[in-house]
Design a protein around this ligand. Structure first.
Ligand code: UDX
Length: 480
């Protein structure tokens, strides 16, 4: 009897940060469901934290052919790995991983047994440039998965045009001046909505160089996977297609994975990929609150705030009189020791209506009926999770794609308010009241509609569902 051909073998390599690792793991799981062999390359720091805080080992190893591979990120164990040290982290990873990647793929160690093929395709984070050379040298296809927002990718791809038009560089003034070089965004994009590194007045800062290289890097890959859905970003996607024609918009990935697991494996196990210990006591606390009464506050995995900013938020939240659930990570406060003690004058207000945890099961929190708003740093995963849960947002962006994302939330999708460039207790109080009370009906209407579109896109026959079948088929063909 003829033997069935062995499945393709894909190596996934994420940027070692919470958001990118989270959605790359979800993508890898979707390829496992489709019957592929998968090797997932993590840094030792990420792997240790994943194993400590999740059930990932048992969840993924139930797929025959899934395995983790570990690589160093070259940083000392006590390095904070926060957003303000991103370039240091990126450069260190590059130095360590570039020579190792080829060795890992070609050494034969990933095959383990006769029924696993050598790696037939690499899927890497869109910001990593060096895997392109490795893939070319070995002669295997590479697909990029850009885990930040497509609207920001389009801004990155348009930077050369903005420089040519004299819109960049600029010093950090006149932040309301319009930017007209990003196609489709002429009517609403301002200097302040560009990534924060654009405010430096120079073109040679490391973040700008990385953004500029996107235009050369992405078109060299066999395809570009994006975590979005056509219904909210089609104009953006059509402009990106003029740079990278082979585009796969397959998001929102967290919902897509849940849907396919239910359809094809018949179960929906907890899919946490948290790098911190989740404090589940907040779920019990939420259970006891009235419908849509709580504002959830979280600034993601990388943000660093000053104690002064933190106190402005605190006063604003307490003065709003609304219930809140606030995530304050242990490494979230800039160079200061934070004892998590509520200042005496606020203790009463917080105890009554507020609850603070070090890390929450965010997807579950946003889906909880008592949550009615999200004060967020506007990281792309957080925005997609909030969209699918139908929760309106207040955006307080810091870096990378967050400035652009928050403009889209406020101005394009009408899913909430953009609070960028301010941190003032009176404004926080007003915006929280607007979101949760004064303008609640207006925001809830858009949030409900957009949530439905997101869920439909990943169900059978939906745009993202059909788009996911394409890379799965294309990788099969590339591997044959
Ligand atoms: C980074 C960048 O900051 C962001 O701009 C970019 O879009 C993606 O990469 P991060 O800061 O980690 O991401 O934010 P985000 O993309 O929102 O991802 C955070 C993830 O952590 C989300 O999936 C969220 O559900 C999870 N999370 C966050 C928790 O599980 N618990 C928490 O308490 C907070």
């Amino acid at each position: 009897m003829d033997q069935l051909p062995l499945p393709p073998h894909v190596l996934f390599f994420p940027l070692p940060l919470q958001g990118p690792v989270n959605c790359m793991l979800k993508l890898a799981e979707l390829f496992c469901i489709a019957g592929f062999h998968v090797t997932f390359l993590n840094t030792d720091n990420i792997q240790r934290r994943l194993l400590r805080h999740t059930n990932i080992q048992s969840r993924l190893t139930r797929f025959r052919g899934f395995r983790f591979e570990i690589i160093s990120d070259g940083l000392p164990e006590d390095h904070p790995r926060t957003g303000d040290r991103f370039i240091e982290m990126f450069n260190s990873l590059k130095v360590v991983a570039e020579p190792l990647l080829k060795e890992i793929i070609t050494s034969g160690s990933l095959q383990g047994s006769d029924d696993v093929r050598p790696v037939t395709c690499i899927i890497v984070d869109g910001i990593l440039d060096f895997p392109l050379g490795v893939a070319e040298e070995i002669g295997i296809p590479l697909i990029y998965f850009d885990t930040i927002s497509p609207c920001c990718i389009l801004v990155y791809l348009s930077i050369p045009k903005a420089i040519e038009a004299g819109e960049l560089p600029f010093e950090g003034s006149d932040l309301d001046s319009p930017i007209r070089s990003v196609p489709g965004m002429e009517a609403f994009l301002r200097r302040r909505d560009l990534p924060s590194f654009c405010r430096d007045g120079v073109l040679n800062n490391p973040e700008m160089k990385l953004a500029l290289s996107e235009d050369q890097r992405l078109p060299q890959a066999q395809g570009l996977i994006l975590n979005t859905f056509k219904e909210i970003e089609e104009p953006v996607l059509s402009h990106i297609r003029s740079h990278c024609p082979n585009l796969y918009a397959i998001g929102p990935l967290h919902t897509h994975l849940k849907f396919r697991l239910a359809e094809e494996v018949g179960s929906q196990p907890s899919s946490s990929n948290s790098l911190w210990e989740e404090d589940r006591s907040c779920m019990t606390r939420l259970d006891a609150q009235p419908l849509k009464s709580v504002i959830y506050v979280s600034f993601g995995s990388l943000s660093v705030t000053t104690k002064k900013e933190l106190m402005e938020f605190w006063h604003g939240l307490v003065n709003s009189g609304k219930r809140f659930l606030w995530v304050i990570r242990s490494n979230a406060i800039a160079s200061e020791v934070w004892d998590r003690q509520t200042p005496a004058e606020l203790a009463e207000g917080t105890k009554e209506r507020g609850y603070i945890v070090g890390w929450a099961p965010q997807e579950e929190v946003l889906a909880h009926p008592s949550v009615g708003g999200f004060l967020t740093h506007s990281g792309w995963n957080s925005i997609l999770e909030s969209i699918v849960a139908g929760v309106p947002m207040i955006c307080w962006p810091q870096y990378v794609d967050q400035q652009v994302n928050s403009r889209f939330v406020g101005e394009v999708w009408k899913l909430g308010m953009d609070m960028k460039d301010t941190c003032d207790r009176v404004i926080v109080e007003k915006m929280v009241n607007d979101l949760m009370e004064e303008r609640r009906d207006e925001f809830m209407r858009s949030a409900d509609q957009t949530a439905k579109l997101g869920r439909t896109s990943v169900s059978k026959g939906g745009s993202s569902s059909c788009n996911l079948d394409r890379p799965i088929e294309d990788v099969r063909l590339m591997s044959s």
